[in-house]
Design a protein around this ligand. Structure first.
Ligand code: SAM
Length: 235
């Protein structure tokens, strides 16, 4: 895959200007010169062949070529609502969810959540870096911090699952899912969901998924489920 760069500006003409960390990387790490060919995308689908037209002090002007309608999205919407883990584990989780094709990540506030969620700009930067690497041309969406009651009241359609150690094996849940139906998965904090939170999902039609006999860390449970649904019909 050729070197990929992200444009914060929508690409809708024959030129586009890269600035910020993308321009910095080209100017000061790659020591790029006019004429260098690369691929640019703006996160709204498709990618473009481009060539550096001019290097300025802190920006790079690109001559934009043909749009390639390349989509690397899943054929259904996959939303992960996660009580995010601490520190660097947030970055790791966001990168891997992006690589696996998760459509939307919802930072989840539950009764036992303790972690401070990093700023949306920082989380989005992790999404962009992972998208550059894995070839995704649409950015995984990062929702605002959402509390448990709001999640249940907004997710009313699709296959909804809560990961819970006492849940049923995943194979039984899948048989109840129609093809390409949207999927919502909720993953709890280190201290787990409270009994009240678990009980409230039953009335709201969420299924309880068990992932085996061992207790997994937040990001392991999230990635195991994302990987399962993202690749189930692809390998
Ligand atoms: N003591 C907590 C409990 O019993 O729920 C452990 C919480 S675990 C560190 C964090 C989250 O990962 C859980 O709330 C659950 O959503 C998910 N999880 C971890 N292990 C799991 C398993 N074996 N089956 C299903 N979900 C699991």
């Amino acid at each position: 895959m050729p070197d990929r760069y992200f444009s914060t500006r929508p690409i809708d003409g024959a030129t586009v200007t890269l600035d910020g960390s993308e321009a910095h990387h080209l100017l000061h790490v790659m020591r790029a010169k006019p004429g260098l060919e690369l691929t640019v995308f703006d996160g709204h689908g498709g990618e473009y062949a481009a060539e550096i037209a001019e290097c300025k002090r802190s920006t790079v002007e690109l001559a934009v070529g043909k749009r390639e309608e390349i989509e690397r999205e899943l054929p259904f919407e996959l939303t992960l609502a996660v009580a995010l883990p601490k520190g660097d584990r947030q970055r790791w989780l966001i990168e891997k969810c992006t690589e696996l094709g998760v459509t939307r990540l919802v930072p989840l506030q539950t009764a036992r959540s303790v972690s401070k969620v990093e700023k949306k700009e920082k989380l989005t930067r992790y999404v962009i870096e992972a998208s550059k690497q894995c070839g995704r041309n649409r950015l995984m969406k990062i929702a605002a911090l959402t509390d448990w009651t709001a999640l249940l009241s907004t997710c009313t359609m699709g296959t909804r699952m809560i990961a819970h150690p006492q849940g049923e094996p995943i194979a039984r849940v899948e048989t109840r899912r129609t093809e390409n139906e949207a999927i919502y998965i909720a993953i709890g904090p280190e201290g787990g969901f409270t009994d009240e939170e678990v009980a409230s999902t039953i009335e709201s039609g969420w299924q309880h998924i068990g992932l085996g006999e061992r207790i997994l860390r937040i990001e392991t449970a999230a990635l195991a489920l994302a990987a399962h649904f993202a690749i189930e019909r692809r390998i």
